[in-house]
Design a protein around this ligand. Structure first.
Ligand code: AMP
Ligand code: ZN
Length: 669
């Protein structure tokens, strides 16, 4: 077979697996085998650059940097949708269109209104040509490089359709991925993203497409624009393009009356909370494409479609007070303290006000009656003010100028939405949050010591920083409130035990800004000891895979601070692990990087925990249940039959512990 043919075959095979996984949600290959084939393809492509193709599966990882996005005029304007809020609105709309068409016999397609950022994709001869954001509806930004990284968007179509068409959809960020991104942000002391929609639309404008590739974005399609569409209805068209490889949700339905439309609305009004992504209403469209043409457009929106907005879970209540919260990194968040109100099944007393700009923009004042809403996020937010109820003596809010905690003057750097308390090492909340982070489960995992006790110890003057924990004496603790001899003893023991926690976790525990769990692991592996890490220059740091300027700067800043140098020296003197142990060093490799393992059954060579540790030491990940993302199942004796079945049905390789040893010793590939 010629090289070109090999490349073509591999691309086709990977494309099909990709489609099965990301669009049909049905894996047909293990991650491990997929990666192997992808590597083969990348190698062939690198060796034979004459066969380059921007739509090859290898291009999905991104890497293209766009400094300025090109502005592109839409061939077909991207309109808004008219809104409706009641059955009456819908009946009015129906009457209007029946009159224009001169018939009462109209069927509709009902779809959910996906809440994300709209995108227009152009396909030519079965391949993605470009992707443009909605912009102002007349022209938008060309973001093709970023869009290519979204795995559910086909770069090459499954089947033949018409040679040229445009297709529109919504780029969304499903809750699961959004929450995971936020967990990581919180771990490194960053502000969590506010909501999936803004994060999705922000992602489209990232300059580095490999950053976009890391985000779990998805794309749901809802409209095809083509001059020579052979289909007669909107519904059939969507079904057709679904078969071409596009993700057209199965939730779409045909309705033949406003009553049926209303049943659809009522069904999804509650069921939408079970969907993995956010929706904010439904969209009703005239099904016949011929009728659509006849109805045409108003200045703003198609006459043949109308949106029905779900009622947001919103209530109004009185704002009693605005307080300010200090985060671990000093970021200030204003909080609305509310007259308690029932909202979406819970009592709400506090809501986020985000930042100074938001308060100013909405002109929120103490004493106001405000509207509180619950979106996809956990914390409710204040979305507006009922000005008709504003007390006559009300005064505009003056934002805090000083830290509520340590009274240091707040700073706000250009381009930053947040105010900060710069008193990093003197501000009580920042100090205690840092110690609380140090003892937390993913860090030093200190048993017998909780967040509240940290506050108490700090208040009593017993600790000022995390190194002080190791100097605590049982006699100092027993007299404290709610402490008994037993709990004091447990605490001291827990602290003492933490000196065995491996270096990578200690590094995470230190709370260096932007150094989360994963980054700490990478740095620990690369530098092997705190000394060589703290002596590393910016240039040396960015040599490490995935360490960018921002992290490097933060590490350097931490390392040059005398207070930190002293703290680290003290930790060292107490015996805390500040380098990778010899033993670990000997048994470590990167050989399993990117692979996920499920361990099941009883083993003979390893005990279970050692096996898990070995996987991690060699760069792999241990997960508890089998999914499409699992690379291998290591099976001992008595592996559960349901696990076996699941692994088999997903095509995941099942290996013995002997085989595993071969894998890490490099005996097989
Ligand atoms: P609006 O921005 O409120 O005028 O609503 C129009 C936007 O709704 C479009 O630009 C799309 O991005 C979005 N949308 C989400 N789901 C759908 C859908 N099923 N059909 C049409 N538009 C949709
Ligand atoms: Zn402060």
């Amino acid at each position: 077979m010629s090289i070109e043919q090999q490349i073509i075959n591999l691309r086709e095979e990977l494309r099909t697996h990709n489609y099965n996984y990301y669009v049909l949600d049905n894996a047909t290959i293990s991650d491990y085998d997929f990666d192997l084939k992808l590597k083969d393809l990348a190698k062939l492509e690198a060796e034979n650059p004459q066969f380059f193709d921007a739509n090859s599966p290898t291009q999905r990882v991104g890497g293209e940097i766009t400094k300025n996005f090109n502005t592109v005029v839409h061939k077909n304007r991207m309109y808004s949708l008219a809104n409706s809020y009641s059955k009456e609105d819908l009946l009015d709309w129906e009457k209007r269109i029946q009159k224009i068409i001169g018939s009462e016999d109209i069927t509709y397609t009902c779809e959910l209104k996906y809440d994300g950022a709209s995108i227009n994709l152009t396909y030519e001869n079965g391949m993605l040509k470009n992707a443009v954001t909605r912009g102002d509806g007349f022209e938008g930004d060309e973001v093709t490089a970023n869009i290519r990284t979204i795995k559910s968007i086909p770069l090459v179509l499954n089947d033949e359709f018409i040679p040229n068409f445009e297709i529109r959809g919504e780029i969304i960020l499903p809750f699961e991925g959004f929450n995971k991104m936020n967990e990581e942000r919180i771990d490194i002391g960053e502000e969590p993203y506010r909501n999936p929609r803004n994060t999705a639309s922000g992602s489209l404008k990232l300059q580095d497409s490999s950053e976009v590739a890391k985000r779990p974005l998805d794309c749901l399609l809802y409209q095809v624009i083509a001059n020579d569409n052979p289909k007669k209805t909107h519904f059939e068209t969507l079904e057709t393009v679904r078969n071409l490889g596009f993700k057209v949700p199965q939730t779409i339905e045909i309705c033949s009356s406003i009553d049926e439309i209303f049943q659809f609305i009522e069904k999804w009004n509650t069921r939408r909370f079970d969907l993995p992504y956010e929706t904010d209403g439904i969209v009703v469209k005239v099904n016949s494409l011929h009728f659509q043409d006849e109805l045409g457009y108003t200045a703003k929106s198609p006459r043949w479609a109308i949106a029905y907005k779900f009622k947001a879970e919103q209530e109004s209540t009185v704002l009693n007070e605005i307080t300010y919260q200090v985060g671990r990194t000093g970021a200030i968040t204003p909080v609305a303290n509310l007259e308690p109100v029932q909202l979406a099944g819970t009592t709400v007393k506090r809501a986020s006000l985000h930042n100074a700009d938001q308060i100013e923009k909405l002109d929120i004042r103490v004493g106001d009656t405000v509207f509180v809403e619950k979106g996809g996020e956990i914390i409710p937010k204040v979305v507006g003010v009922d000005l008709s109820k504003r007390p006559i003596n009300s005064e505009p809010t003056i934002y805090a100028t000083h830290c509520p905690d340590c009274n240091t003057e707040l700073i706000r750097t250009e381009g930053d939405a947040k105010h900060y308390c710069p008193n990093e090492y003197g501000c009580p909340t920042q100090i205690t949050s840092r110690i609380q982070h140090f003892i937390s489960r993913k860090a030093m995992n200190i048993d017998g010591l909780g967040a509240e006790t940290v506050e108490l110890l700090f208040k009593e003057g017993l600790i000022q920083n995390y190194a002080d924990l190791y100097e605590l004496k049982i006699e100092q603790i027993i007299p404290l409130e709610r402490m008994a001899e037993k709990s004091a003893k447990n605490m001291i023991e827990g602290i003492k035990k933490s000196i065995d926690i491996p270096f990578e976790k200690v590094l995470f525990a230190l709370g260096i800004r932007f150094v989360g769990e994963t980054v700490a692991k990478k740095l620990a592996k690369y530098f092997k000891s705190i000394d060589s890490l703290m002596n590393a220059s910016q240039e040396e740091l960015i040599k490490v895979d995935e360490i960018g300027d921002r992290i490097a700067e933060s590490v350097v800043e931490f390392s040059q601070n005398l207070l930190n140098i002293q703290l680290v020296d003290r930790l060292k003197s107490y015996g805390v692990q500040l380098e990778i142990s010899e033993e670990v060093l000997e048994n470590q490799s990167n050989i399993l990087e990117g692979k996920a393992f499920v361990v099941s059954g009883v083993f003979t060579i390893f005990n279970r925990n050692d096996l898990k540790k070995s996987i991690e030491d060699n760069g792999g990940k241990v997960v508890s249940s089998i999914s499409k993302k699992t690379s291998f199942v290591i099976a001992g004796e008595n592996m559960g039959p349901s696990k076996l079945q699941k692994a088999e049905s997903l095509g995941i390789p099942i290996i013995t512990e002997e085989k595993y040893l071969e894998l890490i010793n490099g005996d097989s590939h």
